[in-house]
Ligand binder design. Structure first.
Ligand code: AHG
Ligand code: MN
Ligand code: MN
Length: 339
């Protein structure tokens, strides 16, 4: 598929890669594309309308929800539910998964979606990039019956597709269906996504490290040692520190420039902060498809067996050689492993 083809054309053109319910998956990715445009529109006018600030609710993790979190969640949920092309959805912003059983057609659909509707939400009111992350699995229970928790608690290596939208200086949708990673940029004048970044690849090495170093004193020893290594004067080090506080944007930059993103455990967050199902697995799938690597510091992220919907894990992700070096530092402290 050549550069400048539209996302709509690309989705159809790549349908041939799927032997299984290909049309259904295409329709699903298409509705994510449409929802992304709506959310993009809202994100871009966030500074103009009275949509800033907390919505007054907290999500299941006890964090403040911003208004746009609520809005983005509603848009993605509604679009997917109304079009009845999935049988279940789990969202970071919902306490439990949602079963879609509106019609026979929906009951027989084969895919479930997991979503972080607005990632990096603390950046909204300061005009810094935010994102959306999605992950798609084939259900494991029988089509035609209501979805079950086990349909969502699948290992990341079972994902059929995953991607993110970054609402940045320009808005991009980046996704994989297991055949590499492709990035599409939105032309806001006509509302069309064009293939702008075909076959995206993480440079094998990089010189950027992204971590919230403010929590340094709470980090496990392996992370502290690795950070000192990043700062040491040797070869292409010291590395540059870049941390936006929006996983999608930090990941996106690191994939283009080469770098490592780390959200480790800490004495304050003993399991880490990021969610395995809504954040780490989709990013890990993208990273591997782009030639990068992702783990919890000890084991491959995509091989972790989920035990609960909102499970948190430590996350090390980025350029292959950088992640491998960080893992070596972690492995000097096997007792800090969470699995
Ligand atoms: P969300 O807005 O979906 O809750 O996710 C925020 C996540 C992630 O995007 C970001 O990298 C990280 O939290 C930032 O956390 P700290 O402020 O603790 O660094
Ligand atoms: Mn998030
Ligand atoms: Mn979120």
């Amino acid at each position: 598929m050549q550069k400048n083809s539209t996302l709509g054309e690309f989705i159809i053109g790549n349908q041939k890669h799927f032997k299984y319910a290909a049309g259904e998956l295409s329709r699903l990715i298409n509705s994510i594309r449409l929802a992304a445009k709506v959310v993009n529109h809202e994100v871009n006018k966030a500074g103009l309308v009275d949509i800033l600030g907390d919505a007054g609710d907290t999500n299941i993790q006890g964090e403040d929800q911003q208004k746009l979190d609520v809005y983005a969640n509603e848009i993605f949920m509604k679009r997917l539910i109304n079009r009845q092309i999935v049988c279940g959805i789990a969202s970071e912003e919902e306490d439990d998964f949602v079963t879609i059983s509106g019609s026979d057609e929906a009951n027989s659909s084969k895919y479930v979606v997991l979503i972080d509707p607005l990632d990096g939400s603390s950046n909204i009111d300061v005009n810094v990039s935010v994102g959306t992350i999605f992950s798609i699995y084939r259900r494991v229970t029988k089509p035609g019956t209501p979805v079950q928790l086990e349909d969502f608690l699948q290992e990341g290596n079972k994902q059929v597709a995953a991607g993110y939208i970054v609402y940045g200086t320009s808005t991009m949708l980046v996704y994989t269906t297991g055949h590499g990673v492709n990035g599409f940029t939105l032309n806001p004048a006509i509302g069309t996504f064009y293939l702008s970044h075909p076959n995206m690849k993480f440079p094998e090495d990089g010189s950027i490290y992204s971590i919230n170093e403010g929590y340094y004193s709470h980090f496990p020893q392996g992370v502290k040692d690795y950070l000192k290594y990043c700062q040491m004067e040797e070869g292409n080090r010291p590395y540059k520190a870049r941390y936006i506080g929006s996983l999608v944007s930090d990941f996106h930059r690191n994939m283009i420039k080469g770098g490592i993103y780390i959200y480790p455990t800490s004495s304050k967050a003993p399991q880490g902060k990021l969610r395995l199902l809504y954040e780490c697995n989709p990013m890990a799938f993208l990273a591997e498809q782009a030639g990068g690597k992702a783990s919890d510091g000890y084991i491959r992220m995509l091989d972790i067996k989920p035990i609960e919907l909102h499970q948190r894990v430590p996350f090390f992700c980025g350029s292959k050689n950088m992640v491998e070096v960080a893992e070596k530092f972690m492995q000097n402290h096997p007792d800090d492993a969470t699995y």
